[in-house]
Design a protein around this ligand. Structure first.
Ligand code: UGA
Length: 444
């Protein structure tokens, strides 16, 4: 099939590369010239494991191309994916202006009745608004055909997005148009051996499903973080509770890891957008408000532990941080717990030595002034970060932090205080090695 993907961010890029990999003819459009130049050269502007290998193979196979020219990219398009950003507005609602502006351009340039797919996460009713814009343009241009708009939300996780795309749990296709449904099912057929994994529903239900899925996952995490805050007080290790409840198939093992709070570009933004959608309908969602509030508290947990152990005057102390991205496998720091921690430490006059395998530059850009005055140092490796530290905080559970050389670590640190924001270590083993260990929801 001839596919056009609009937006070369992480969703658009993964979508384009994976459809090309299945033999489709894909052209990807973005207005950012530098981005398009790099991509045409096989260099990815985002960190996503496996993406550059997919780019290389499909660029050389001429199944994938990049351009800044939307009009040209639409010339032969059968299916057009809209994968532009929907960031939070100041009031928390999702800003869909980029989608609406793409819709207007499509209305202008589409030459044939393509299927237009809303891939970006957007509030209920967005696909219908895109349809209305396209219909208006068709009427103005006196065309005797109509483009059909479909909602097809993505469920990709950063860091494992290619695997998620290639082996999806389910594909949601929101449309009331039989022809569009048929084309979309054919397009996704190679990705799903079991066709029951393709779920057809209305456009509004598809849009809502995406928000409900993220809200539910965030709720699981906040629930566990809340349980963790009580379990430690009761002398119970939340890790044992996690195993105890996760083995119940109705609960499941995934997304019940207590930690220092969820981050990323999706959960926080989507929950705010959902709360905003409810408000616009005069509805309260107290459960979701609590999920969000718990997460904000949770992100402050790391700093609270440091000040509890090291005292309220932290000036001129040194704190080491391992991991800065919002989770392993990505350089994304949007809404990451590390941002809250670094800011609190800097405000308290602490010297911060941080290490992350890929996200260091992003943090350095965010806190450029602190880097310039030498208060924040991005270390070359994890051990360098720990030198003369009064505490070490594990914020992101990259694999390379799982089994460090604890003897070396203890020798490097001024005070062997280890705050484990992801419950990666065995408290007894660390205490036996002379560390003062603090985990989330684990009695100390
Ligand atoms: C999330 C969803 O998992 C995807 O299904 C969805 O497509 C995506 O948002 C999106 O809307 O685009 P992602 O933001 O990449 O994906 O990250 P997750 O793997 O879901 O992790 C989110 C946060 O939750 C991370 O900060 C992670 O550390 C935290 N987390 C996750 C926990 O604290 N505990 C857990 O048990 C699981």
């Amino acid at each position: 099939m001839r596919i056009t993907v609009i937006g070369c961010g992480y969703v658009g890029l993964v979508t384009a590369a994976c459809f090309a990999e299945m033999g489709n003819d894909v052209i990807c459009v973005d207005q950012d010239r530098e981005r398009i130049a790099a991509l045409s050269d096989g260099r990815s502007p985002i960190y996503e494991p496996g993406i550059e290998a997919l780019l290389a193979v499909n660029l050389s196979g001429r199944r994938l191309a990049f351009t800044t020219r939307l009009d040209q990219a639409l010339e032969r398009a059968e299916v057009v994916f809209i994968a532009v950003g929907t960031p939070s507005s100041a009031d928390g609602s999702a800003d869909i202006s980029q989608i609406l502006s793409v819709a207007a351009s499509l209305g202008q340039y589409l030459m044939a009745p393509a299927i237009v797919v809303c891939k970006s996460t957007a509030p209920v009713g967005t696909a219908c608004r895109v349809q209305a814009i396209l219909d208006q343009h068709c009427a103005r241009r006196h065309l005797n055909w109509r483009a059909s708009v479909v909602s097809n939300p993505e469920f990709l996780k950063e860091g494992v997005a290619i695997n998620d795309f290639m082996r999806p749990d389910r594909i949601i296709i929101g449309t009331e148009d039989d022809h569009a449904a048929e084309v979309m099912c054919a397009l996704y057929a190679p990705f799903v051996r079991n066709h029951e994994r393709i779920l057809l529903m209305g456009r509004r239900a598809a849009e809502f499903s995406k928000y409900a899925a993220n809200a539910f996952l965030a709720t699981k995490i906040s629930f566990m973080n809340e349980m963790a805050s009580l379990s430690a007080r009761l002398g119970v290790d939340i890790e044992q509770v996690r195993k105890g409840i996760g083995s119940d198939q109705r609960i499941g093992h995934q997304f019940i890891y207590a930690g220092c709070g969820y981050g990323g570009s999706c959960f926080p933004k989507d929950i705010r957008a959902l709360l905003h959608m409810a408000e616009a309908e005069d509805q309260q969602l107290p459960l979701l408000s609590a999920v969000e509030a718990r997460n904000s508290t949770q992100k402050q947990w790391l700093f609270r532990q440091i000040s509890t152990r090291l005292g309220s005057n932290l000036r001129d102390m040194t704190v080491a941080i391992w991991g800065l991205s919002f989770k392993p496998g990505t350089d994304d720091i949007r809404d990451a717990p590390s941002l809250v921690l670094v800011k609190s430490l800097l405000d308290a006059g602490v010297r911060v030595q941080a290490f992350d395998p890929v996200a260091g530059t992003n943090i350095a850009n965010q806190f450029a002034a602190a880097v310039a005055r030498g208060q924040l140092q991005l270390s070359e490796d994890q051990y360098q970060a720990a030198r003369f530290a009064d505490a070490l905080v594990l914020v992101t559970e990259w694999k390379q932090f799982r089994q460090p050389d604890f003897i070396r670590l203890r020798e490097l640190m001024r005070r062997p205080l280890l705050i484990d924001g992801r419950n990666q270590y065995d408290p007894q083993a660390l205490q036996a090695q002379g560390f003062e260990y603090v985990g989330v929801g684990r009695p100390s």
